[in-house]
Design a protein around this ligand. Structure first.
Ligand SMILES: Cc1ncc(COP(=O)(O)O)c(C=O)c1O
Length: 400
């Protein structure tokens, strides 16, 4: 007995000694300079492109928005691309012609709120679908179970840069005559079975918010492959105007402007290269995470090529003596910032509580498990060393 108390105390002392090595508790940090979480700046070429528009005086949506539309359409495999004010407007412009008030729309429980809040803004009922625990993408088997007679559409997010199982979405859609909108706000240039994701579904929406893979500050776009739908969306984007002060239908002003368009075109010149860099970074991270017990690397949906807007690690809280938040606090002190996408599932957002049926347990579990680590095209060997050492150090201290 005396011996086991002694052993217990020794274990406690050893744990305290280990904790003391963490920068958070007075130990030496892996790096005194934090690794940048993202890289969002403008290059001299971006600034020159914006300046040229400013000097021209042509500030409204004009040639630069059109150039961004045609180039981005070609790069994403879509026929029509329409720029707009932001990714939320893009969702509204897609949902309005495709979904009717009162419709049941299958939506992911795990996404950014706009995918679902704009379904609600359209007057539709979001039906929450759970996600896969390894890819974090919408689980189409759960979607199939939740189809009702009122279901008319699917709004699926290609989350973190990873495509959803597009074959499964399209198969369910054709079986039940559903309209499909893909939210690709985080997934510029992702592909499915070798084709750009713009080739699939009724519409695909994008955000060009400052932190996105193509970031113009604010901005967005949506694509489709149907001529009549493209015409409707263009009208809706600009007050249904078909001629000067002639309005065929009621619409909005959701237009982009040419300063944003010029920045978008300039950044588009580097997007493919930066995307390839993100993919290489993800492979390096995969190798680091594979060697750390209790952490898992994100998986990509088979058939998809992800573009890693975010690199989201999953921590198994049962394997550690700390919570995910404590783990992230310790990482921050070591010089590795993290971000939680997302601290709540969408059914648990107060704004969406009336649609919560408490039937998305995987999404619920992720709220306590996931954290994103730095991911951008400017990562250096030293950044990888710091992130790797910090993850190993913190996991080593807290592992059960
Ligand atoms: C998945 C997703 N959908 C939609 C949006 C909304 O885009 P925006 O902020 O440009 O309105 C975002 C932006 O964060 C997003 O991540």
């Amino acid at each position: 007995m005396a011996q086991s108390v002694g052993t217990g105390r020794a274990v406690e002392v050893a744990a305290l000694d280990k904790k003391a090595t963490l920068a958070q508790f007075g130990g030496t940090a892996v790096s005194s300079k934090p690794v940048p979480f993202m890289s969002t700046g403008l290059s001299p070429a971006d600034i020159a492109a914006a300046n040229a528009v400013l000097q021209s005086g042509m500030l409204r949506a004009a040639k630069k928005c059109e150039e961004l539309e045609s180039r981005f359409a070609a790069m994403t495999g879509a026929k029509h691309m329409m720029t707009c004010a932001n990714g939320t407007c893009a969702l509204q412009l897609a949902y309005e012609p495709l979904f009717k008030p009162g419709d049941d729309i299958l939506v992911p429980a795990w996404s950014y709120i706009a995918t679902v809040s704009m379904v609600v803004a359209r007057g539709c009922n979001p039906i929450f679908v759970d996600c896969h625990a390894d890819t974090f993408q919408i689980d189409m088997a759960d979607a199939a179970r939740k189809i009702t007679r009122q279901t008319t559409g699917i709004a699926a997010t290609h989350l973190y840069g990873c495509p959803v199982d597009i074959d499964a979405v399209q198969a369910l859609a054709s079986k039940h005559s559903l309209k499909v909108v893909y939210d690709a706000a985080q997934s510029h240039l992702a592909t499915w079975k070798g084709k750009g994701i713009g080739a699939f579904g009724d519409a695909v929406t994008y955000s060009f918010y400052a932190t996105k893979n193509l970031g113009t500050g604010e901005g967005g776009a949506l694509s489709c492959n149907d001529d009549a739908l493209a015409r409707k969306i263009k009208l809706l984007r600009s007050h249904g105007e078909t001629d000067k002060y002639l309005h065929e239908s009621v619409g909005y002003n959701y237009r982009m402007n040419d300063i944003t368009g010029a920045i978008g075109c300039s950044k588009l010149d580097r997007l493919a290269e930066q995307t390839a860099q993100r993919q290489k970074n993800a492979a390096r991270y995969d190798a680091i995470i594979a060697r750390i017990d209790g952490l898992s690397a994100p998986k990509t949906t088979p058939g998809g090529e992800a573009v890693f807007h975010l690199y989201v690690v999953k921590m198994d809280p049962a394997r550690f003596t700390c919570t995910r938040d404590e783990f992230c606090e310790a990482l921050k002190a070591e010089g590795v910032p993290t971000a939680i996408h997302y601290p709540r599932s969408l059914p648990n957002q107060p704004a969406l509580a009336r649609f919560n049926r408490n039937d998305t347990p995987v999404a619920e579990s992720l709220t306590r498990m996931v954290f994103a680590i730095p991911m951008h095209h400017d990562m250096t060997d030293d950044h990888f060393r710091i992130v790797g050492e910090a993850l190993n150090k913190v996991a080593g201290v807290f592992r059960k």
